[in-house]
Every structure is written in C-alpha cells, then in structure tokens.
Design a protein around this ligand. Sequence first.
Ligand SMILES: O=C(O)CCC(=O)C(=O)O
Length: 201
Amino acid sequence: MHPALGEPVFAQWYTSEGARTVSAALLGCDVGSLQMELCNLLINPLNHDFALRWHRGDVRENTTPEEERKALASWSRGVRHVPLVHALYEDACLYLVPKSHKVPRTDEQRVHSTTLEPPRDPLAMPGAIRLVLQPSETVFYNSNILHCATYDAKQRRATLHATMGDTRGGSTRAKPGQRMLDALIEMRNGVQGEVGYSLTG
Ligand SMILES: O=C(O)CCC(=O)C(=O)O
C-alpha cells in the first residue's frame, strides 16, 4: 500500500465496505471497532516449492487438548483478528479444516500438526479441503482455523493477504491501526476514490 507504488487500489480494497463489513461480522464487533493490522502481497517462490505446516494463528501446536479448548473458546474475548485473502490470479495454495476453529484437534489431527514439519500431502489431514480462489475472490477466515499452504514456484501467485482486528481485544496494535483505518476511510470519502496513507517508521 506504500504511496511510492503509485497504486491506491490495494488500500481501496483493504478499506472497502465489503472488507470492513464482513470482518466486523466475523469478529462480532462494530465496523467502528475495527483496526488495521497488516496488508501485504504474497507471491510465488521464484526457485523452490515450499510449504507451511498446519497451524492455528494464535494457538501453539504443542498445547494440550484442554489448553487448546480453552484458547479456542476465548477467541471472542481476547486479542483476535480475521485474515482476508484476495486472489489476483487463480490461487490454490491454502488448505484448511472447516469448523476447526471451534474444536480441539482430534488425536489423528494432532499427529499431522504437532511438529514444525510441513505436510507432504496436506489432504492427509482429516477433514482438510483445498481452497481454489478465482481472480478477485476474497476469503475471510477465523485466524484459529487449522490451516496450511503449499507454494509452487511454477504457478504465478499474487494474492493480497491482510488482517483486521478488533480494538476491544485490547491489543497494543489497536490504536495506531484504528487511527490509520479511520484516516484512510476519511481520505477515501473525501477524495472520491483516491486513497493513500501517511506513515513513517
Ligand atoms: O499463504 C497463505 O495464504 C497462508 C498464510 C498463512 O498460513 C498464515 O498467514 O498464517
């Protein structure tokens, strides 16, 4: 989103009504409580394929089932965020286990997700599905859903990856992020479509 890119469309996407409304609905907060966190562009590796292991955003792989249950149950009260993934080209990198953000892993799912090793076959994870996003599709998910990704050096990828948080979680990131989101929305409204930002450091 850096203004030096001369490309306001990324900020327009991140601050769009759709992104804000869906994020707020998933976080269970008002649009006014949203905070910006990160927004980056994920691209394919140039030389080597690689993969990201199965993980949850905010729960470690080695938690006990009881700790995991508590951590998942507290998502709606603590610091939390919703990732948004928006494909510019077809993107089949992401795998996830639907509904797994609500329940601790089964014993078999733990076998596939307690080490730092990336999976050889992501679909060996019980309940896993592969997401195939078409250009301009956005997927939103709970950060604690069990997910992993594979990256193919031969497959062009340019996908926006952002997160929105909820200031009520009390995050130290909340205030600057909230101010930036407000400023961007104000700017967007004021200049009829032209969006930039001012941030140093
Ligand atoms: O590359 C992706 O889409 C997944 C990234 C991911 O797993 C994460 O941000 O935790």
